[in-house]
Design a protein around this ligand. Structure first.
Ligand SMILES: Nc1ncnc2c1ncn2[C@@H]1O[C@H](COP(=O)(O)OP(=O)(O)OP(=O)(O)O)[C@@H](O)[C@H]1O
Ligand SMILES: [Mg+2]
Length: 310
């Protein structure tokens, strides 16, 4: 089994290539692991991604529910641990998270959080594949190209703490490029040439990375090296969602509660993803439930147009 883990700033995922008769197939079919996680109190559901959020409630939650709940109680919420892991201004092994908690409430280091997310993926994997535990598999783990040596080392440390031993780090832009080649085999054979420079733009939830890759080609054999990396930019899809939410709130002409804003942001993210994935979709309806009792606040409705999302 070959396994790849994307430990993202906002979403994490595990994909794998199942072996055929104990060997890797020539034309591998990549599968994505369904990760069981709390999506609401007392409700566990499988999802293709595990939101990289922890919520320190009556127990420690990881995933979708942690993300929703954390937006309401920031002092118990840990998000963007990966950005802390790569921040040379802080002691990355010190217990500095949740960042919004009072001094005594900061109980986790960025490494602890990465370990918790990886442990969750490990448990999901082990549950689905009891005969091939993650600890004995070859695992590829991605890191941003802009990660410094210490951030890489700490990522490895977190993986080891989660029981992942056979580990190879791959830079995310390289992984994105491999993925593009795998999904556009014919086109890549045609259009990639020796000496070509390719710009890979990786827009994440909280960060964006720009990387130049040089292609080396000898017949059908394609290799590449990373030649330049931009700075780790703390700007990503989340900022687009916030901007859209702000726009919608001003269109509604009323000030929303924290709870309504949280719901609105999720809807803006979904609306953005739908419209940018489907060029034919002209607009998406947005509904915000009224605050307080139904007598006071009615349901608010508006839409986001394609133009606004673009
Ligand atoms: N079709 C789409 N068009 C544009 N943006 C999209 C689309 N689908 C998803 N997104 C956005 O892309 C961003 C992707 O975040 P993703 O989960 O890949 O980041 P991440 O891997 O956690 O972050 P990082 O790579 O920085 O660690 C989100 O803001 C999401 O809303
Ligand atoms: Mg990513």
């Amino acid at each position: 089994m070959n396994i790849g883990i994307d430990l993202g700033t906002t979403n994490s995922a595990l994909a794998y290539i199942p072996e055929l008769h104990g060997e890797l197939p020539d034309y591998p079919e990549i599968q994505v692991l369904q990760v069981p996680q709390y999506v609401a109190p007392g409700q566990i559901e499988p999802r293709r991604t595990l939101p990289s959020f922890l919520f320190l409630g009556d127990q420690t939650y990881v995933g979708a529910y942690a993300r929703e709940q954390g937006a309401l109680v920031p002092t118990k919420s840990v998000h963007s641990a990966k950005s802390w892991l790569s921040n040379p201004e802080v002691d990355r092994t010190a217990k500095i998270l949740p960042w919004d908690a009072q001094e005594g409430g900061r109980v986790l280091s960025p490494v602890d959080v990465s370990t918790a997310i990886l442990s969750n993926l490990r448990d999901a994997w082990n549950q689905a594949h009891p005969n091939a535990p993650l600890g004995s598999q070859d695992v590829v783990l991605t890191v941003p190209a802009s990660f410094d040596e210490e951030a890489r080392e700490l990522t490895v440390q977190a993986a080891h703490a989660a029981g992942i031993e056979k580990l190879t780090l791959v830079e995310e832009p390289a992984a994105a490029f491999y993925s593009w080649i795998a999904n556009h085999l014919a086109q890549s054979q045609k259009s990639l040439f020796d000496g070509q420079l390719v710009l890979v733009c990786d827009v994440g939830g909280g960060t964006s990375d720009f990387t130049l890759i040089r292609v080396h080609r000898d017949g059908d054999r394609i290799e590449f090296t990373r030649t330049a990396v931009g700075k780790h930019l703390l700007l990503g899809g989340d900022n687009l969602d916030l901007t859209l939410a702000w726009l919608v709130e001003s269109k509604l002409g009323t000030q929303l509660s924290i709870r309504q804003r949280t719901a609105l942001r999720r809807q803006c993210a979904a609306a953005k993803e739908r419209m940018l994935a489907d060029p034919k979709l002209k607009s998406v309806e947005i509904t915000v439930l009224g605050a307080g009792s139904s007598l006071v606040g009615g349901t608010l409705k508006t839409e986001i147009t394609r133009e606004e999302a673009l």
